[in-house]
Design a protein around this ligand. Structure first.
Ligand code: SF4
Ligand code: SF4
Length: 384
């Protein structure tokens, strides 16, 4: 089988702490995907853990500084901070008086809780999302206690009617009170909608919440330390780093031993569903679990060529959508028409683009249409 589809976790290996490896470049805290409002200005001094950007509508997770430092620049899509001093923000105030306060505590601490529902079936997903992005193995084996603390907090906040843990076939990882489900480790089986189907036997059922191992770890650490977690585990090549949010992909790829050349592509996430960065100075966001380098010689060339109508993308789509039709409308700016083809059900696995005979950028068209539709209140389901 093509190794790009294999989700078998590799040996854990050591973790390289990037802060002990001469972090000389400034941190670039990206706001690009979340579009939050900055709360700090140029030249301002910030403390480690201080909230520096938030969502005026209180729906998206807040962003915090990973270091004590000085703000060098603030733009619409990033905040640049240079390390300086040893200031630490005051601890978060934990209000666990009711479910909504507990979830808003997590959101304030920078954790996305938008998909968590009261009284749900709660699924902890430890299956790697994509080949090579398998830091979950380290977290679940090394920090089981912290993750259990996170799980206890979630259970109190959500009162789930059942809890399950999805693990790659052959792994015996457990968490207290969770029923185990083994998943065949082949892409896209580790993506949340596929895991939900495997565990519940149903496609997109209501009342199910999925949280991956990395997020559960962050919840456990937040609850335990009463500080936002600003250092994350990120796998780059064969190296697992513990790195502050905002560390540049340039530093990570060089520490991982990559020598990048013109034409190489650096992707946040995996090769099938990740997002290529346009600059090596891009800082890793809090939800990054891996960075993939695709050599220029292996980079597929996407073209705005016409759809041939071969149907290959329809056959390969695990959500049984028609990516050909969605992309044709998105290509010409007819974004609202894509709703007739259930664009909200696309979970962005990228398989349609991978198999497209004409090498059309199908995933990019889909993401463009979703971004355009996102701002319209009629598409609430796209926000989930
Ligand atoms: S990315 Fe393509 S293949 Fe994957 S779910 Fe969406 S439409 Fe289907
Ligand atoms: S695989 Fe590509 S060319 Fe074939 S139907 Fe889908 S979009 Fe069109």
């Amino acid at each position: 089988m093509n190794p790009i589809f294999l989700l078998t976790p590799s040996d854990r290996g050591p973790v390289l702490k990037i802060r002990e490896q001469n972090l000389s470049s400034a941190l670039l805290i990206s706001l690009e995907i979340t579009e939050l409002t900055p709360l700090v200005g140029k030249e301002e001094l910030v403390a480690k853990g201080q909230k520096i950007a938030s969502d005026p509508q209180n729906k998206l997770p807040s962003v915090h500084s990973s270091v004590s430092g000085k703000v060098l620049d603030v733009k619409k899509d990033f905040i640049l901070i240079e390390e300086e001093g040893e200031r630490v923000a005051a601890p978060l105030t934990l209000d666990n008086s009711d479910s909504s306060s507990m979830l808003s505590y997590l959101r304030e601490a920078g954790i996305d809780v938008s998909g968590l529902k009261q009284g749900c079936t709660l699924i902890i997903n430890t299956v790697p999302a994509e080949a090579g992005i398998d830091g979950h193995r380290f977290l679940i084996e090394e920090f089981n206690q912290i993750m259990s603390e996170g799980l206890d907090f979630l259970k109190e906040a959500l009162s789930p009617k059942a809890s399950a843990i999805a693990v790659p076939q052959g792994m015996s990882w457990t968490l207290p009170g969770c029923t185990g489900h083994e998943i065949k480790p082949v892409y896209p089986n580790g993506l949340a909608p596929m895991v939900v189907k495997a565990v519940t036997g149903k496609e997109m059922p209501s009342g199910v919440s999925v949280i991956d191992a990395a997020t559960l770890y962050r919840i456990g650490r937040t609850v335990h330390g009463k500080q936002p977690v600003t250092e994350i585990m990120v796998k780059v090549g064969n190296t697992l780093f513990q790195a502050p949010v905002g560390t540049t992909v340039k530093l990570l790829t060089s520490k991982a031993g990559f020598k990048l050349s013109d034409g190489d592509r650096v992707v946040l996430g995996g090769p099938l569903s990740g997002r290529a960065v346009y600059s090596l100075n891009h800082g890793i966001p809090a939800d990054t679990q891996g960075v993939t380098v695709i050599a220029g010689s292996n980079t597929p060339v996407a073209k705005d060529s016409p759809c041939l109508g071969c149907g290959e993308c329809v056959i390969k789509c695990p959500a049984r959508l028609m990516p050909n039709m969605i992309s044709r409308h998105a290509e010409f700016g007819l974004f609202e028409n894509t709703q007739a083809y259930f664009i909200a059900s696309c979970f962005e696995c990228g398989l349609c683009a991978y198999w497209c005979t004409a090498q059309r950028p199908l995933l990019q068209y889909i993401r463009l249409a979703k971004k355009e539709l996102f701002s319209k209140p009629i598409l609430e389901d796209l926000r989930k």
